[in-house]
Structures are given as structure tokens and as C-alpha cells.
Design a protein around this ligand. Structure first.
Ligand code: PGA
Length: 286
């Protein structure tokens, strides 16, 4: 996780939609792009969409299945959902969650654990039933990983599939921990982390040598089967990979380019993350 979280916005009365500087229906491939004046407004827009989906499903007495991400990027989305739960009566009782990934090995109470991250940033503060929460288990023995991963996939299917998948993007172009080389038909599995990803996590672990070399991640296919995909990217360190993801050929070298084939995918960006993307990529249908 990179630590690039700026202070959250405290003005919750400001309309997010009023603040969008650029909205594009499509980038020319399947990716719609929204550029917000800052990452707080982008995060609030994502949270508002998630909250609306939760409420709409609840009004039909249905569950809302969310695919969730960790890292610094989605933190303010979770803060806003917690705020809406506390201040506006948003209930998450009908929510079922599947997290993208977890380091392997990783104890759930360890400082860098994504279980701990999710508890601290979201689950401890809302009313999602504990049995509705799914995060890949970082304590699983290597020989049990294949069965465990098949069961994770089955649980997603039994829940009815993911309604909305929240994503960040790594500098390698990974989504989840689908590093370069991941194929479009990959499912939940054990992966080897890219050296760039391990370098980006080094601060969290107190040195790159302490970052686990492996992880469990949902696959590219698992992600692409979600009904909606919302990818958030903030900061100039994401500008190059955002540009290559939107404008480049679909390639296993940049797994995020597989998103181009999805029918309902949006990138929510701040100006820094969008800085290298050609205006024609998001202006052609304005
Ligand atoms: P970040 O990580 O949100 O900490 O930048 C994103 C990712 O690696 O997917």
C-alpha cells in the first residue's frame, strides 16, 4: 500500500456532480473516464454510487454484492460509507463483500493484513453481518490453496455474482494482485508478486525483503464477471499506468488493459492521475 492519502474533505454538502470537471461516456474503448477536481470528490462519487446501489437492492429485499479493494486509494470511499452509515442511516445489512486479495502468508491480525485493514477502515464501523464478509485467507497452507481458491470462486457465484467491483491500480498495471503475465481467463489463485509491487509495499513492511513474495488474488476473469467496475486512481505516480491502460493495446503485460473489454467500467481520476492521458481518449463523445 502506498501512503498517499490527503486530508479527507469535510464539506459533505458540496454536490459531487457539480464539481466534475470532465465527464466522458467512453474513452473510445470500453472505459468511461471521469476526472474530478480532487480525489475527495472522486471518492465521494464512488461512495454515493455504492450507497445508491445498496439502497436500491434493499428496497427490493435483495443483497448487494460488493467486490472491495485495499490500499491507500479506496480509504476515503470507505470513510464516506461509514459517514453515511453514521449520519444518514445507510444500512449495510444486505451487503455481501468479497475482497480482491491478501498476502500469503499473512496473519489476520498482522499490521499489514488486509483483514485488519478492512476492519479498521470499514467493517468495524458499519452493520455488515460478519458472515457476509469474505477476504482471502492468508493463513492457508500452500497445498490447500487450490481448493480454497475454487471455494472462493464458488462463494461469489452462490452470492449471485459481484454487483460492483471497486479497484485501484498498481504501477505494474495490476488489478487485485494480477501482475503482468496474468491472463484474461485467470481465476482466484496464488500468485507471485512483481518486484515493483513489493517495492511499493516496502514501507509498510519495514523493508522490501520483509514483503511476502506471494499472495492470493481474485483472477482477471473473476473481476471481469462483475456487473459494474469502478477503478480509482489518484496522484501523478499513477499517470503513466493510467495512460497506458486506457490508450494501450490489450495486453498481458498490463493486466488492467483487460478492463477495456468490460461493458460497464469507469475510471474515476484526479487531475494528476489523468495528466498523461490524451484528451482525445476522453473527449471523443462529449
Ligand atoms: P494503492 O494501491 O491504492 O495503495 O496505490 C493500489 C493497488 O496496488 O492496486
Amino acid at each position: 500500500m502506498n501512503k498517499r492519502v490527503s486530508a479527507p474533505s469535510t464539506d459533505h454538502n458540496q454536490s459531487v456532480t457539480d464539481q466534475k470537471s470532465v465527464v466522458s461516456p467512453t474513452s473510445g474503448n470500453g472505459i468511461a473516464i471521469q476526472i474530478f477536481p480532487d480525489s475527495d470528490l472522486a471518492s465521494r462519487a464512488a461512495a454515493d454510487e455504492i450507497a445508491a446501489l445498496i439502497r436500491s437492492r434493499a428496497s427490493e429485499q435483495r443483497c448487494c454484492v460488493l467486490g472491495l479493494a485495499t490500499g491507500s486509494t479506496p480509504v476515503r470511499v470507505y470513510q464516506e460509507l461509514v459517514r453515511q452509515h453514521q449520519d444518514e442511516g445507510l444500512s449495510l445489512e444486505n451487503v455481501i463483500t468479497f475482497n480482491l486479495d491478501e498476502y500469503l502468508p499473512m496473519a489476520p491480525d498482522a499490521q499489514q493484513s488486509y483483514v485488519r485493514f478492512m476492519q479498521q477502515n470499514l467493517f468495524n464501523h458499519v452493520d455488515i453481518p460478519a458472515q457476509n464478509i469474505h477476504i482471502p485467507d492468508g493463513t492457508i497452507a500452500t497445498e490447500d490453496v487450490p481448493n480454497y481458491c475454487r471455494d472462493y470462486e464458488d462463494r461469489i457465484i452462490r452470492a449471485g455474482g459481484i454487483d460492483l467491483q471497486l479497484l485501484g491500480i498498481g504501477r505494474t498495471g495490476h488489478i487485485g494482485f494480477n501482475e503482468p503475465g496474468s491472463t484474461a481467463d485467470s481465476i482466484t489463485r496464488m500468485v507471485t508478486l512483481d518486484p515493483v509491487t513489493r517495492a511499493d509495499a516496502a514501507n509498510d513492511f519495514g523493508g522490501i525483503e520483509k514483503v511476502p513474495s506471494h499472495a492470493i488474488t481474485m483472477g482477471v476473469r473473476t473481476i471481469l464477471q462483475s456487473r459494474r467496475i469502478r477503478l480509482l486512481a489518484f496522484g501523478d505516480h499513477k499517470a503513466s499506468i493510467v495512460q497506458r491502460t486506457i490508450e494501450g493495446e490489450v495486453s498481458t503485460d498490463i493486466p488492467a488493459t483487460y478492463l477495456q473489454s468490460h461493458s460497464d467500467v469507469q475510471f474515476l481520476l484526479d487531475p494528476d492521475a489523468a495528466a498523461l492521458t490524451s484528451p482525445t481518449a476522453f473527449a471523443n463523445e462529449l
